[in-house]
Design a protein around this ligand. Structure first.
Ligand SMILES: [Zn+2]
Length: 100
């Protein structure tokens, strides 16, 4: 396809229009992508393997834990913590951090 002299200004305007559109689009895209993914990764790496209470299987409370064999064991409530401390061997098989 041959562009004639009279068509040039139209073609040029179109190119400018497309380029401006691309720039504004990429600029907008950058703004809408904050550093959130790295923050989420930190949370994951910080998160422990254990997600359930070894005593009754409830969701753990990260404020409630005891240290057993240098590893943190989390519980859903204070009662479970007491039970674990009395008989840790009974519950240890349910803990991923003591697996293998
Ligand atoms: Zn509990």
């Amino acid at each position: 396809m041959k562009i004639t002299k009279t068509q040039w200004p139209i073609a040029f305007t179109l190119i400018i229009f497309v380029m401006a559109g691309v720039f504004s689009f990429s600029g907008c895209k950058k703004k809408s992508e904050p550093a959130a993914p790295t923050e989420a990764k930190q949370v994951v790496s910080e998160a422990i393997e254990q997600t359930i209470c070894p005593v009754i299987g409830g969701a753990i409370n990260k404020e409630l834990y005891t240290e057993y064999k240098e590893k943190k064991v989390y519980f859903c409530c204070a009662g479970c913590k007491e039970k674990f401390e009395k008989e840790p061997d009974k519950y240890i098989s349910k803990l991923p951090q003591f697996g293998k």
